[in-house]
Structure formats: structure tokens, C-alpha cells
Design a protein around this ligand. Structure first.
Ligand SMILES: Nc1ncnc2c1ncn2[C@@H]1O[C@H](COP(=O)(O)OP(=O)(O)OP(=O)(O)O)[C@@H](O)[C@H]1O
Ligand SMILES: [Mg+2]
Length: 146
């Protein structure tokens, strides 16, 4: 079998875990001269429930969230050693798992690199829920970074 790594996708959510994942993804992309996609997914604000007052419109909330994700992406871009690596940042809106699966599909990803933990507040012993579901649903091999 001739498995080549031409395209690497990594999920970035601003957490320490996803930073380590992105570092590994960049190292792998460099080694293979592969293309690197840094992907952040903004959860859609459906179901938002405020305490008192009217909730922000979905549009306003999306805009605020997307701004936050852009900051996350520019931070990680600044942090990684990306010289000589063909890379792209991608912002998606929706369910992180479905959107990451779609990005992998659409770009014929050869590898998806994610952290074992993310930005969630729950003190999980093993695996975050996004990481867990991606292991079941990803269309390509998944590398989990502890
Ligand atoms: N919104 C997102 N956009 C892009 N990648 C993500 C996103 N959320 C998680 N990931 C990827 O998945 C990895 C694991 O995060 P996950 O969300 O599963 O853990 P968690 O936040 O600790 O737990 P949970 O979200 O279940 O409370 C992260 O390190 C990151 O690589
Ligand atoms: Mg999470």
C-alpha cells in the first residue's frame, strides 16, 4: 500500500491540547511537504439561553464568535513554524465534528490531527467528545495528540 501524506488537517479551538496537535500537524506537513489546513469550527448559536434580557441575535452572536475564532487562528499561525509549509486557515460554522469531517472529505485529507482534550471545561479523564466522535466518523486516519 502506498499511503502518502499530501494533505494534513488539524482542528484548532484555542486550547493547549489543540496547540500541541497543530504543532505535530505542522511537523508532519513539513516532513512530507504536505499542505496543512488549520481549521476552526464555530458552534452555531442555536439554543443560546440568556439569564434576563433578550438574547443576542444569532447573526450578532455568530459574528462575535467568528471574530474569536479568527483570533485563535492568527494566534496559532503566529505560534507555529510555518515557513516553507503550504498552509491555509479555514473557518467553519456548525457542529465541529460534522464540519471537520466535511473539510477532510472535501480536501481529500490523508491525516487528521487533533488533541485528546480541547477547550471544554469538563475535566475529562480520557477523550473529549469532539475527539471521540471524530475517531468514529473521520474519513481518514486520525492522530490524537495527548
Ligand atoms: N470547535 C473546534 N474546532 C476545531 N477543532 C476542534 C474544535 N473542538 C475541538 N477540536 C479538536 O478536538 C480536540 C479535542 O477537543 P474536544 O472538544 O473533544 O475536548 P474538550 O473540549 O476537552 O471536551 P468537550 O468539548 O467534550 O467538553 C481539540 O484539541 C481540537 O484539536
Ligand atoms: Mg471541546
Amino acid at each position: 500500500m502506498d499511503w502518502q501524506v499530501n494533505t494534513v488537517v488539524t482542528g484548532v479551538d484555542g486550547s493547549e491540547g489543540s496547540r500541541r496537535a497543530a504543532e505535530h500537524a505542522a511537523a508532519i506537513a513539513r516532513h512530507w511537504s504536505a499542505k496543512l489546513l488549520l481549521v476552526t469550527v464555530v458552534r452555531t448559536p442555536e439554543g443560546w439561553w440568556g439569564i434576563g434580557g433578550a438574547p443576542p441575535s444569532p447573526e450578532a452572536l455568530s459574528a462575535a464568535l467568528i471574530e474569536g475564532q479568527q483570533k485563535i487562528l492568527s494566534e496559532i499561525e503566529g505560534h507555529l513554524e510555518l515557513d516553507g509549509i503550504e498552509h491555509e486557515t479555514v473557518e467553519e460554522l456548525g457542529d465541529p465534528v460534522s464540519r471537520l469531517v466535511d473539510v477532510c472529505d472535501e480536501n481529500d485529507a490523508d491525516l487528521l490531527v487533533i488533541g485528546r482534550r480541547g477547550a471544554g471545561l469538563a475535566e475529562r479523564i480520557i477523550l473529549g467528545s469532539v475527539a471521540d466522535r471524530l475517531c468514529h466518523m473521520a474519513p481518514c486516519p486520525v492522530l490524537i495528540i495527548p
